[in-house]
Design a protein around this ligand. Sequence first.
Ligand SMILES: Nc1c(NC[C@H](O)[C@H](O)[C@H](O)CO)[nH]c(=O)[nH]c1=O
Ligand SMILES: CC(=O)[C@@H](O)COP(=O)(O)O
Length: 164
Amino acid sequence: MATQLKNLSDFSDTDIPSAAPYRFGIVVAEWNAEITNALYQGAYQSLVNNGALPDNIFNYSVPGSFELTSGADILLKNLHLDAVICLGCVIQGETRHFDFICNAVANGISNVAIKYSKPVIFGVLTTDNQQQAIDRAGGKHGNKGDEAAITAIKMASLAETLNG
Ligand SMILES: Nc1c(NC[C@H](O)[C@H](O)[C@H](O)CO)[nH]c(=O)[nH]c1=O
Ligand SMILES: CC(=O)[C@@H](O)COP(=O)(O)O
């Protein structure tokens, strides 16, 4: 379902576990900071609204979305976490650089999740233009940071249930 047909912040009819037991890392790319800061605010507030303790939310910045992979790896290597949320905004420019970044970060964080057997959430906007990013960072289509946080809670709960 395309984002245009779904609000990224609409979880009113969703059974969301309590986030209280879990420790969350949030890695935020500094590129397009006005967007990624909005994603962070959405993610942080969604975690807290669902019971996460502020002292259990560990926030770090990286230069760009390409560094989200190594940022997630460093957090999982050094901190006891139940999930990591990766937040970034990649906006198409004149060259194919966009494609390389998007593919690298999508594949990279998937590999980190498998490496540590921990949820690593892809909260990265990959848009054609600035307006599409604005619309998905608290605009008319909701906030992808909200979606990433709820996903992190659900996956942390699943991991706790099945991993023991
Ligand atoms: N153009 C965007 C970038 N580019 C920077 C890369 O992510 C990376 O930091 C650099 O290539 C050095 O390794 N990053 C974004 O997050 N968003 C962009 O639109
Ligand atoms: C996604 C990017 O790296 C991009 O914004 C860089 O712009 P350009 O492709 O024009 O160099």
